[in-house]
Design a protein. Structure first.
Length: 97
């Protein structure tokens, strides 16, 4: 059985034999976390997998976001659970560094 290594901000993948390298939130810190771009770029950079969190909107749509609110990672404010998917689609991701 292999090992699991979670990679956080600023670290490049360097897998030891039998180790799975996981890009935490799509390698948060290298790219805007939890974005499709971050996931694509992390996999292209050599990470074995990506880790992400899922929360539900008010209209019960699952969305990929780490926090319970959109405050830290978007240009909006408020709880994910208090917003519909249409509300979230109007927001823009921001760099959290």
């Amino acid at each position: 059985m292999g090992h699991l290594a979670s990679i956080h901000a600023g670290r490049a993948p360097s897998a030891a034999s039998g180790t799975t390298i996981v890009a935490h939130r799509g390698a948060a810190g290298l790219w805007v976390e939890n974005s499709l771009s971050a996931f694509d770029r992390a996999l292209a950079a050599g990470y074995d997998a990506v880790e992400f969190d899922v929360h539900f909107t008010r209209d019960r749509v699952p969305v990929v976001i780490h926090d319970l609110t959109v405050d830290r990672t978007t240009d909006g404010h408020g709880a994910v659970a208090d917003m519909d998917l249409a509300d979230l689609r109007r927001l823009r991701l921001t760099d959290t560094d």
